[in-house]
Design a binder for this molecule. Structure first.
Ligand SMILES: [Zn+2]
Length: 277
């Protein structure tokens, strides 16, 4: 298997994978979507009653939203997750009590009127756990409103809830093979114009492929041109994989974790079969 990274940022990867097959690519895609753990807010505690600030002004610990709606919005905030450090709560040495290895507590205390953003969540203890995506609006507070909220994040996977889904927009396509038989094409290059991804260009004497990897195998050019003038096929051993993460885990780490996870699953399956004797 050969990898060629076309794009790799903190949150996005586009990689050409060679020497594989659709089953493996689909298993990888499903693992990326459902089986990479991340931290997300699961428990939210709302303080009730009045709050007084240093100047003696009084606020009520409420917001204009129902607590359930605000809790849901808190749940969707991407929490920075070190996959080598955190444990699932039920598998942790604290036996589910909650400790720094399996939980992160955040405090939210803003005084209205203002807009509360994800960056206003303050981690208790380790400041490296501050929310990176800090401009997600959560709620707009009015005069006299100052909710005091304690929110606890725990590890989970996308299998249980979308808030624990690290990767989004995960997809793969067959690597395109575009062949042009220049002599047969005499339609005034309409195939160049009909391509929605600008894959083809009109060269000096014939049509040429300008951006092969942009091709989505839509076949518009094949249908537009003379029969046999252009052929478009997908290579069943070579794929373009695209994935994005929500920022809680980097794209590179997500890919690494997914591959390790697949190997572990295959190993467990092999052991299960071996134990039959
Ligand atoms: Zn623990």
């Amino acid at each position: 298997m050969k990898l060629d990274f076309k794009e790799l940022t903190e949150t996005k990867a586009v990689v050409v994978v060679e020497g594989t097959n659709p089953s493996i690519m689909n298993a990888l895609r499903q693992t990326l979507v459902s089986d990479i753990p991340k931290m997300a807010i699961e428990f939210v505690e709302f303080h009730l009653g009045p709050i007084r600030d240093q100047d003696g002004r009084e606020y009520e610990s409420i917001s204009p939203l129902f607590d359930e709606i605000l809790s849901h919005r808190l749940g969707m905030v991407p929490i920075p997750t070190d996959l080598d450090f955190f444990n699932f709560r039920e598998e942790c040495e604290c036996e589910g009590e909650g400790c720094p290895k399996c939980s992160i507590m955040y405090v939210l205390n803003k005084k209205g009127p203002c807009t509360v953003y994800s960056g206003d969540l303050e981690p208790v203890g380790d400041s490296s756990l501050k929310i990176k995506e800090d401009l997600i609006p959560l709620v707009r507070l009015s005069e006299g409103q100052a909710p005091l909220i304690y929110a606890t994040a725990v590890l989970g996977t996308g299998r249980n809830h979308a808030k624990w889904q690290v990767c989004h927009g995960v997809g793969y396509k067959y690597y395109p093979i575009v062949k042009i038989n220049g002599r047969k094409c005499d339609k005034g290059a309409s195939c160049v114009r009909i391509c929605p991804r600008d894959v083809l260009v009109e060269g000096d004497k014939k049509i040429e492929v300008a951006d092969l990897e942009a091709c989505t195998l839509c076949m518009s050019c094949v249908e537009e041109c003379e029969p046999g003038a252009i052929t478009v096929e997908g290579d069943p051993t070579k794929f373009v994989l695209t994935l994005e993460t929500d920022g809680s885990v980097t794209a590179q780490r997500a890919l690494q974790y997914a591959m390790d996870n697949l190997v572990e699953k295959a190993e467990a399956f092999r052991e299960g079969v071996s134990s039959l004797g």
